[in-house]
Write a protein that binds this ligand. Structure first.
Ligand SMILES: Nc1ncnc2c1ncn2[C@@H]1O[C@H](COP(=O)(O)OP(=O)(O)OP(=O)(O)O)[C@@H](O)[C@H]1O
Ligand SMILES: [Mg+2]
Length: 371
């Protein structure tokens, strides 16, 4: 799929902006602090309904203005669609094809966007929380149902933990919490397990390309309930319930829920060794790139077409060989690449590339390679 155009009104440092995009590569070039990331942030908002930089929608409204508006049309199997987003104070409205939606889950899955920023280069090195967030975000995009399970799970988890921290523990109430945690947890487990299995297969191939077949990357899902690949929903459900039951006393003592999908993680190996512990910095970064880029193929498999890819400030972090590989491998995908310097212009095929020169909340000039 590809974003055809974008309109911004009072978004961050933009007054009024209307852009039409290249189906392939869109380079957003400009000095620091000019508004490159602001543009990709607004694109991301159309996909997910919120920013990747802040949870406070108010920060997105241009200083001294009352409200903001973002609109984008994108081409997708089945025709052109439009998304509009309006924010005023704490009010937010989203329309898909001019029809207002009530829940974020209804927005997800319309415009698929994968964003790759410098933090993602730390995916392998980061803590389990960040890796879980990565997995959850990716699955939610292709499976809005998953997002609902996750929200429900987190709600019950919060209630259970709050109760455990309270004055007196009510066994009957814990029974209800446990039943719900096991139910939503099993859905989450099974969906994650399938996702990670596919991710592992794809990232293995991608990693071979990036390392000239020198390294063998593999990923598996680390869950602390000892669930296996053969477990179906009802077995997973039983095992989770049993785990919560047999550790209830310990939970009461430590006043928190110690077992469940909220503590799961990924194991990431290169040639059989845990990269987090034994990998070099370079290996950890390359493995992060392989995993992150694999999402693109995965979305293609699930959704039937490629998502839009945003590379925010990561391009200049890659060496020339990897830049070339990436551009070549992803040539059939629409990309938005922000960069403060354009030192390797030769990597881009002029015909497939449009350069937007960004200067202080304005697009100062456009070099169009044509489509
Ligand atoms: N709500 C807002 N209203 C007006 N201006 C804003 C608002 N939020 C951020 N800005 C301005 O946007 C600019 C930052 O934009 P952005 O993050 O897109 O920069 P960038 O071009 O990506 O820079 P870098 O190369 O450093 O990443 C800053 O100058 C900041 O003051
Ligand atoms: Mg930026």
């Amino acid at each position: 799929m590809n974003l055809i155009n974008l309109q911004l009104r009072n978004f961050r440092n933009y007054d009024n902006l209307y852009l039409e995009f290249n189906k392939n590569i869109n380079l957003l070039v400009g000095k620091n602090g000019q508004g490159k990331t602001n543009i990709v942030e607004s694109i991301y908002m159309l996909a997910i309904g919120k920013s990747f930089r802040t949870n406070k929608d108010k920060e997105l409204i241009k200083f001294d203005r009352e409200n903001l508006y973002i609109r984008g049309n994108f081409d997708k199997i089945g025709g052109v669609r439009g998304i509009e987003l309006f924010i005023e104070k704490s009010k937010k409205g989203i329309k898909v094809n001019k029809i207002p939606i009530l829940k974020i889950a209804e927005l997800l899955g319309n415009l698929n966007v994968v964003i790759f920023s410098p933090e993602d280069l730390k995916l392998v090195k980061d803590g389990p929380k960040e890796r879980r967030a990565f997995i959850d975000k990716e699955i939610s995009q292709i499976m809005p149902k998953y997002y609902n399970y996750l929200m429900n799970y987190n709600k019950v988890l919060l209630q259970r933990n709050r109760h455990l921290k309270g004055y007196k523990v009510d066994g009957d109430l814990l029974d209800v919490y446990d039943m719900n945690l096991a139910k939503y947890g099993s859905y989450i487990y099974i969906i994650r397990r399938d996702f990670i299995k596919k991710l592992s297969g794809i990232s293995k191939k991608f990693h071979e390309d990036l390392t000239d077949k020198r390294e063998n990357l593999s990923i598996d899902y680390k869950n602390q309930i000892d669930l296996t690949d053969d477990d179906d929903f009802s077995t997973a459900n039983e095992k989770m319930l049993e785990k919560l039951n047999s550790h209830r006393n310990g939970d009461i003592e430590s006043r928190t829920t110690r077992y469940g999908v909220h503590r799961d993680d990924l194991n990431i190996y290169i040639d059989g060794l845990d990269v987090r512990m034994y990998g070099s910095q370079g290996q950890q970064r390359t493995a992060s790139i392989s995993i992150k880029i694999s999402e693109i193929e995965l979305i293609k498999m699930e959704v039937g077409e490629y998502p839009v890819l945003i590379l925010d400030d990561v391009f200049s972090e890659l060496d020339e060989v990897r830049q070339g590989l990436l551009v070549d491998k992803l040539k059939h995908i629409q990309m938005f690449i922000t960069t403060a310097e354009l030192s390797h212009k030769n990597i881009f095929n002029k015909k497939n590339t449009t350069v937007f020169n960004i200067d202080n909340g304005r697009v100062a000039s456009i070099e169009n390679g044509g489509n």
